[in-house]
Design a protein around this ligand. Structure first.
Ligand code: B16
Ligand code: MG
Length: 226
């Protein structure tokens, strides 16, 4: 099978920003004197911001009004924004920069399907924003495992889902890719990602020649949330 477009999740696939999300959530949990449970960490991967807050609050959730929860999520986000300012190209996960440049040099359209509203800032800090043909807007899409964000990325790339190869580190993301009718490459934890069509420990193992043939014409840069 030769694919025509590549779609990437961000956190955990391109950069290890999951540790920064966790650092910011852990800080909030400490301030609120909430218990922190290491087993929660895998479950937070790929979850959107308010859903993550509910996991952190746990049984204390009813103690907070909706307005207070928005303020808590915003406090966590301020902490996360400060942390991502420290990112640089050295924080790209192994193989990510090389794969993006391989795809770009062959004019293969590249999309981003991240749940993170901070994705454009992260791509800028990593100095890879130019590699992306289209960045799907997570605020206009139902959260993973719904297929919406991957379908939005495919539409932005003008590619049929069946010819899109998509990369994810979270089980909910793999489910979203497959619900979108795309082929899923799971990157990371083999136990969590066993439903993926292909499994990799890291992008270093990925052999792009097996999946893509070069496009003859440059892919246009489409509108995006960046
Ligand atoms: P934000 P991904 C996800 O990004 C993260 O994995 C998840 O931990 C985070 O809560 C979510 O983005 C929302 O991020 O608060 O920055 O909008 O893995 O889908 O790239
Ligand atoms: Mg992820």
């Amino acid at each position: 099978m030769s694919f025509h477009a590549a779609i990437f999740d961000l956190d955990g696939v391109i950069a290890d920003t999951a540790r920064l999300h966790l650092q910011a959530w852990r800080q909030l949990a400490k301030e609120l004197q909430l218990p922190w449970n290491d087993a929660m960490e895998e479950g937070l991967k790929g979850l959107e911001r308010m859903a993550s807050l509910e996991v952190i609050l746990g049984h204390r959730s009813p103690d907070f009004t909706d307005g207070e929860k928005v303020a808590l999520a915003s406090r966590k986000n301020d902490c996360y924004r400060a942390l991502i300012e420290t990112l640089s190209p050295a924080d790209l996960l192994p193989g990510a920069g090389e794969l993006l440049h391989w795809l770009r040099s062959r004019h293969i359209p590249i999309g981003l399907a991240s749940a993170s509203k901070n994705a454009p800032a992260v791509l800028n800090a990593l100095e890879i924003a130019d590699c992306f043909t289209y960045i799907a807007d997570p605020s206009a899409a139902a959260p993973k495992p719904a297929p919406d964000i991957f379908l939005a990325a495919a539409t932005g790339l003008a590619a049929e889902p069946a010819v899109c190869l998509a990369f994810e580190d979270a089980a909910a993301g793999v489910d979203a890719i497959q619900a979108a009718g795309m082929t899923a490459v799971g990157v990371g934890d083999r136990n969590a990602l066993q439903n993926a069509d292909h499994l990799l420990n890291s992008l270093v193992e990925f052999e792009p020649e097996r999946f893509f043939s070069a496009h003859n014409t440059p892919s246009p840069i489409s509108a995006s949330i960046a």
